[in-house]
Design a protein around this ligand. Structure first.
Ligand code: HSE
Length: 316
């Protein structure tokens, strides 16, 4: 007798992490773009990947190396050791872009697998699993892509063990322009250029701006938010990995962006604005600047959005 094993499909959004002073501990979910993962109960115990679409054949099907499978295996090991999950991935996000591509696959995979198994795990368990997969993807289990990809909105992660997720309010009228120039930066490479220690003055400045950023979100002060998005620790070292970045940033700020910085490990560049038409202007400026730098790419105007969710009909 054939047993029907229905698929559960989940979507997880692109994310902008770091947001200036929040290196490795702050990120936001976008609305429009993301990855889709289907999961169903399998037969052989463990997580496996049957198919990947949209990656140009670059991602591994090997479950030990694939972030979606690693994240699901982490869930199985802890909460359903004898279970089996099969996965199919549809990549909507470019690899090595700074939009949390590996994190979105891991986030969508754990949400789909959780629903397929009827586990109803809390968000922090899903974030822990997806974060573990980031360690496999780029050598560091940072949470600042997977937390907003799962929780949605803006999320601060002040502690890893135990994991603390602090959802922050999204101010009214905030627009996010993201532009991915036509070059790739591997997260591992962007982390390798970072200094091992930072001067106390830089650490103090960064902490002060992160505090100001959180305050600005709570009081809905977009101008103050823009002032806070300044990164003196990672950005100076990473800027040189992105052709045209500094000119693009200056052009955005001159045209009235609240701020402009590197999304995650880059090369995606983001600018925050207080209205849609200015956000569209930023898109034109980033397009022009990166074309001048010889690395034209693609961008969009977006807003802060929800976290990963099941997009197929309920199983029961
Ligand atoms: N916080 C991480 C970094 C994000 O900047 O390296 C990588 O996607």
């Amino acid at each position: 007798m054939n047993v029907v094993r229905p698929w559960v499909e989940a979507f997880a959004p692109a994310t902008v992490s770091n947001l200036g002073p929040g290196f490795d501990c702050l990120g936001l979910a976008l609305r429009e773009r993301g990855d889709t993962v289907r999961a169903r109960k399998g037969e052989a115990p463990g997580a496996s990947v049957l198919r990947i679409e949209g990656d140009g054949g670059r991602l591994p099907l090997d479950a030990a190396l694939n972030t979606a499978a690693v994240a699901v295996q982490h869930v199985l090991d802890r909460f359903a050791p004898k279970a089996s999950i099969e996965l199919e991935l549809k990549k909507g996000l470019p690899l090595g872009s700074g939009l949390g591509s590996s994190g979105a696959s891991a986030a969508a995979a754990v949400v789909a697998a959780d629903a397929a198994l009827g586990l109803n795990l809390p968000q922090d368990a899903l974030v822990q699993a997806a974060r573990h997969a980031e360690g496999v993807a780029c050598g560091s289990p940072h949470p600042d892509n997977v937390a907003p990809a799962i929780v949605g909105g803006m999320v601060l992660i002040p502690s890893l063990e135990p994991l603390r997720l602090v959802p922050l309010p999204t101010p009214e009228g905030l627009w996010v322009t993201v532009y991915t120039p036509g070059c790739e930066v591997a997260t591992a490479d962007a982390r390798a250029v970072l200094p091992k220690t930072v001067p106390v003055a830089d650490a103090v400045g960064q902490a002060a701006r992160l505090g100001m950023l959180v305050h600005a979100l709570h009081v809905g002060d977009l101008r103050m938010l823009g002032e806070a998005v300044v990164d003196t620790i990672a950005e100076p070292h990473r800027a040189r990995l992105i052709p045209g970045y500094l000119d693009a940033k200056v052009a955005c700020l001159e045209a009235g962006a609240l701020c402009c910085s590197i999304s995650g490990a880059g090369p995606t560049t983001f600018a925050l604005t207080a209205d849609e038409s200015r956000a569209k202007t930023m898109l034109e400026i980033l397009e022009e600047q990166y074309t001048l730098a010889g690395v034209p790419g693609q961008g969009l105007v977006d807003q802060v959005g929800e976290g990963a969710r099941v997009t197929s009909a309920p199983l029961h």
